[in-house]
Design a protein around this ligand. Sequence first.
Ligand code: MN
Length: 455
Amino acid sequence: MMIPPTLDETLQQAVAWLKQQRKVILITHIDADGMSAGAIMSRVLTRLGIQHSIHPVQTLDAPALRRIIQDDTPLVLTDLGSGQVSLLSQLDQPILILDHHEPQGSFHREDHVHVNPHEHGIDGGREISGAGVAYLLARTLGMRDLAYAGIIGALGDVQEQDGFHGLNQLILQDAEEEGSIIREQTISLYGLHSRPLARLLAYNRDLALKGVQGSLAAAERFLEQLGIPSMREGKPIHYYQLSRSERQRLIAALLVQQGNGSLTPATAYLLTDEPPGSPLRDAREFATVLNACGRMDLPSIGIAAVLNEPGARRKALAIQQEYRRAISEAMQWYQQARSEGLIIQDEGLMIIDGRGIIRPQLIGTIASIISYDDTTPPGMIILSIAQAEEGKCKVSIRIAKREEENMHAIMQVIIRGIPGAAAGGHENAAGAILPCTHVAQLIRNARSLLAKRNV
Ligand SMILES: [Mn+2]
């Protein structure tokens, strides 16, 4: 796919805008795509000799802007901003938005430039990520070496389905031509490129391999039957050490013998600047590490990791370990609280009040894990609450094992009439921010809504 001429024109405007700046503030989204976009933009700014500070945020609203903006330094926004055009229009400074979210409104000033694929007939939900849009700007400046970060962003936003489409395809082509990414046909199995093979086969829940699940010895026998040694030079063998034909035999066997049918053939996108066997070599796994950095409030490490700054990738992996630990501690607290009867559970509603215990960045993940738990009855609505900043509480809502109900719509009904409350999210997962003084009212609203639903 080619870049449409009107989009190319807007990118040229963005380049002209940048060339007028000496110093900017860079604001980006705090997820994997946003960090990748921020990394690309930061590198572009550095190369152009433009001084900048980076501010990753979860939501861009008036209080966030007040926190970040001190004067009329020009703003660059990546992976956000298109939904806040009217808010941004009220600011005095020059602004450049590079985003792929559905635009709400348009700019009317010459020093306000808005680059968004939707305005050029391109589906920003599927065909290009925020990092992708930032990359198109880099590409306009001839910096194709940054294409790999556009791919990490697109994987973070789950835009790869049976390969990449539209402009993502173009970005992948650039990354391959640059030699920063190579493609490999594999299966959708987390850890395939980084964990010792026998352990992976024995202990991966998605795999549920018949007769192998839970037993390292059985996993070793399984490999042996395929003619694959489980050890090499005294060390457990890894997938990356297998020959091409060994890989093919293994993948075919796994697809046939898996226990629950959740494995599918997939393409892996491997970062060539990571050695084989590195947990960061698979760009999909890289994106999950970035997400962990965001959730642990250390997005600057994530951004540095994308740019492969010295030591950053090692730190990012350590943060992912901490993130996993934080999740498992929160789950232990939940199990304990539940066994002590401290979790309210009635009228098809479970309320997990994690205020002061669970950090707000984790509350959605915790609600999701509980919604998938075997002991949670289907149809149960899970409402989890955490303390956020400045007297605000963060609430997440999920439903257990049922998809036909719209969580975002339910959340909007629950917060109706609560001053200072705002809902966000989508059908399967939604959330809200509200003053903590109104949590009791929120719970009352949720109960009365669900009581009506159950009649
Ligand atoms: Mn995005």
